[in-house]
Design a protein around this ligand. Structure first.
Ligand SMILES: NC(=O)c1ccc[n+]([C@@H]2O[C@H](COP(=O)([O-])OP(=O)(O)OC[C@H]3O[C@@H](n4cnc5c(N)ncnc54)[C@H](OP(=O)(O)O)[C@@H]3O)[C@@H](O)[C@H]2O)c1
Length: 332
């Protein structure tokens, strides 16, 4: 197996966007201790993939060039590394590959067993591959930072979700409505208003209108929490719309967000800004897959491209106008 070649898409340096992606044939990797070799069937892209290429996380990511981007993948276990006894050949799984090592735009990839989840027969690899980062960050924004409970024991709350049509936002709206006692206001572009309503949002604001830019709830409610999936919105737009203890969870934190968050803590206001980075938790990915199996959560697909057209998917992701997730059909 290890001497065989596989198709992959990689880049050799920072920058260059879609045109810098190269189609190559390279050896199939092999699994080490606690790892699995997967034959990939589907992958999804996340904005962090192009941000890594742009050099935003240099010098930490990528660890080295050439680099095969994408980390959210699903496929079949074809080889089990030493020390793994929870998976076997033939299992269908979903996983997050290491961000620094990537590997998702390829026919095979090595996954860490401890963040890999076995798929139930009802959940296809295509249905699962869009879930890891976008679903987990939505869940973590709602549960950790905003302390929302899925067992019905939490207090009712008014939530604002920005960029509700995107990969993270459309999962956040569905998850928030599953809680049962949350009133969800969502923002998106005009073309996606009906879509976001079908996800369950109680009211929807077009972010390009004055009311949308002001984030003002049509029903006049103040937000107890904001799951902020858009970028470029100033604190001054959130502040007047927050309840006394309102919290804004920013999932695209910059150094400026960190400073603002600290300053808010030092001020007399009880309103808070919380920067949130993803924590890779297998139990939470399992929880999300369970919701998909039960028909309670769905990853909506913006577009699907075969691996041979990965640069088209990359371009689409860089434009920032996806409705749901951009998928790669590795078998296509
Ligand atoms: N902290 C973490 O670990 C983590 C994890 C996942 C994502 N993120 C970050 O979260 C952000 C969102 O990720 P994503 O995957 O959801 O992105 P995405 O799928 O690319 O989001 C695209 C969607 O956002 C909408 N949009 C853009 N600007 C908007 C605005 N000002 N108001 C309302 N909607 C807006 C677009 O609508 P139009 O086409 O109509 O403009 C489009 O439908 C990114 O910055 C990403 O890097 C962070």
């Amino acid at each position: 197996m290890t001497s065989e070649l596989m198709r992959a898409v990689q880049y050799d340096a920072y920058g260059g966007g879609a045109v810098a992606l190269k189609h190559v044939e390279i050896p199939i990797p092999f699994p080490k201790k606690d790892e699995l070799l997967l034959k990939l069937e589907a992958a999804s892209l996340n904005p962090v993939d192009w941000k890594i290429q742009s050099g935003l996380l240099r010098p930490f990511q990528p660890r080295k060039f050439p680099f095969i981007p994408a980390t959210n993948v699903a496929g079949e276990v074809v080889e089990v590394g030493p020390g793994v006894n929870t998976f076997k050949q033939g299992d269908k799984v979903v996983t997050i590959l290491e961000f620094g090592s990537g590997g998702g735009l390829a026919e095979y990839a090595v996954a860490r067993a401890n963040i890999t989840v076995k798929l139930p027969p009802e959940v296809s690899t295509t249905a699962a591959a869009g879930l890891p980062v976008a679903g987990l960050i939505a869940l973590q924004a709602l549960t950790r930072a905003v302390a929302i409970k899925f067992d019905g024991t939490g207090s009712p709350a008014n939530i604002l979700i920005t960029a509700a049509s995107g990969g993270a936002g459309h999962h956040a709206v569905q998850l928030a409505k599953l809680v049962g006692n949350l009133h969800v206001t969502a923002t998106c572009g005009s073309r996606n208003i009906d879509f976001v309503r079908t996800l369950g949002a109680d009211e929807v604001l077009d972010y390009k209108t004055p009311e949308g830019a002001a984030l003002k709830s049509p029903s006049g409610c103040k937000y107890d929490a904001v799951v902020h999936c858009a970028t470029g919105i100033r604190w001054s737009a959130f502040e007047p719309n927050l309840s006394e203890n309102g919290v804004v969870v920013n999932i695209t934190p910059s150094p400026g967000t960190m400073v603002s968050s600290l300053l808010k803590r030092l001020s007399f206001s009880k309103k808070r800004l919380v920067p949130l980075m993803l924590v890779e938790k297998r139990e939470e990915l399992e929880f999300l897959i369970g919701l998909v199996r039960d028909g309670k959560l769905k990853t909506v697909v913006d577009s699907t491209f075969p691996l041979s057209e990965a640069e088209k998917a990359w371009e689409r992701m860089m434009e920032g106008h996806a409705t749901g997730k951009i998928m790669i059909d590795i078998l296509g």
